[in-house]
Design a protein around this ligand. Structure first.
Ligand SMILES: *Cc1c(COP(=O)(O)O)cnc(C)c1O
Length: 429
């Protein structure tokens, strides 16, 4: 058992000064119990905490660290940019460079705007879609997360076609009324929604692959149905690739995997190379409605920040220049084979879900195709599994309802060790 005395003491101090001791809720370990650790430094696939424990990291800063932590190419790019100044508030060439690079990798982007977080990207894409269509209603899916803007912190009402309800205190019911929430993978529900209210729907927003309630995949035909309904009714198809963008291979993300042409795409996480960035882009006809060209307002003092642009460029260049995606897929397969086998040997039902280097093991028989299925997992068992893994030096996301991420800095030996630790822990559950 590793000592976490320093982290525990610092967390007590943090609790006095930061609400819940953290700046983002899932970091507080509430879903698994115990106290979070503080990171001293990180390199490659490993974190070093302030008690000196070295942890193999499958959180990867929730996705951005696809090349591992402190990748030399990214660090150099940030250093070089910082020496020239950290923010100007007037255009800098790196903004154009990153726009050109993203466009060269994502065919569906004609114009792009950078902002500072995935939340901002989705919030702004929604406003833009509403401005473009002159309609108010947004359609989203249960369990999909698009950041914490008011229109998107909405959960399903009691019937599938009722108005959404606020999913947070502070979100006016009047706002939630403009968002309809449907079960993911339910083609009939979305067809019914369009046939009843199609002329009011400004946009459908969906995650590239839902990965904010664990991980589940679209059934064949589901995304195609969304795309064709949007076309038929003149609604904007917004594909939220904040998590999946540049994670799932060359060509942008899930839109390449599933052969889709969304009207607007949202990015974040990897596109900032570990610095705070968001972006949204797509059809020029829609994007050109943004201020200063058009009537849809959107702005940011630090948007297009040179450090963030430099880090994003370095990350995308490294992904282009290396065989990272091939290795990530192979590591993903290796982890899957090992974990499925370990669970079978332990006689514990685990529904293992994976696409490329993103994964989630639900403690349930499965199948898991939507939020209701995911909720069947044994969360108490997950919490014991999480703490067992942490004691064995492996850091998984501290919630059953988060995806795990492999980085290009993980090695086959790291994966082997992970599977060995998991086999030992599963045997105690
Ligand atoms: C993380 C995430 C967001 C929000 O991004 P932030 O940078 O945390 O604001 C939005 N959508 C998806 C799919 C995400 O995974």
């Amino acid at each position: 058992m590793q000592s976490r005395r320093r982290s525990e003491a610092l967390f007590q101090t943090a609790l006095a000064h930061l609400p819940g001791g953290v700046n983002s809720p899932v970091r507080a370990f509430r879903a698994v119990g115990g106290t979070p650790f503080f990171v001293q430094s990180a390199s490659g696939a490993h974190l070093l905490d302030i008690d000196g424990n070295r942890l193999l990291d499958y959180v990867g800063t929730w996705g951005p660290a696809i090349l591992g932590h402190a990748h030399p190419r990214i660090i150099r790019a940030i250093q070089r940019a910082a020496e020239r100044g950290t923010s100007f508030g007037v255009p800098n060439p790196l903004e154009v460079d990153l726009a050109v690079r993203v466009k060269s990798m994502v065919p569906n982007i004609e114009k792009i705007r950078f902002c500072n977080s995935g939340t901002e990207a989705c919030m702004s894409a929604i406003r833009l879609a509403r401005g473009f269509t002159r309609r108010d209603l947004i359609l989203k899916f249960d369990g999909c997360y698009h950041g914490h803007a008011d229109s998107l912190l909405v959960k399903a009402g009691s019937g599938a076609l009722t108005f959404g309800h606020p999913d947070s205190a502070g979100v006016p019911a009047d706002f939630a009324r403009h968002t309809m929430v449907l079960p993911f993978n339910d083609e009939a529900a979305i067809r019914a929604a369009f046939s009843q209210r199609g002329s009011e729907i400004a946009a459908v927003i969906v995650e590239g692959v839902p990965a904010n309630a664990g991980l589940y995949l679209p059934l064949p035909g589901f995304y195609e149905a969304i795309a064709s309904l949007c076309r038929e009714y003149g609604a904007v198809f917004i594909f939220d690739e904040v998590m999946t963008g540049f994670r799932l291979g060359q060509g942008g993300g899930a839109q390449k995997v599933y052969g889709l042409q969304p009207d607007l795409s949202c990015f974040g996480k990897i596109i900032g190379g570990g610095l705070p960035v968001g972006a949204f882009g797509g059809r020029a006809e829609i994007m050109d409605l943004l201020a200063p060209l058009g009537p849809v307002y959107q702005a940011g003092t630090l948007s297009g920040n040179p450090l963030a642009m430099a880090a994003g460029l370095a990350a995308l260049d490294e992904l282009n220049d290396s065989d990272a995606y091939t290795r990530l897929d192979a590591l993903g397969e290796q982890l899957e084979a090992g974990m499925v086998d370990a669970a079978r040997r332990a006689g514990i039902p685990v529904c293992w879900q994976r696409i490329g280097s993103m994964f989630c093991g639900y403690f349930t028989e499965g199948p898991v195709n939507n939020l209701a299925d995911a909720m069947k997992s044994d969360r108490a068992r997950f919490a014991r599994f999480f703490h067992g893994m942490l004691s064995g030096g492996v850091f998984l996301a501290p919630s059953q309802f988060e995806a795990g991420f492999i980085s290009a800095a993980h090695t086959p030996a790291d994966i082997d060790r992970t599977v060995q630790v998991a086999a030992q822990v599963l045997a105690t559950l």
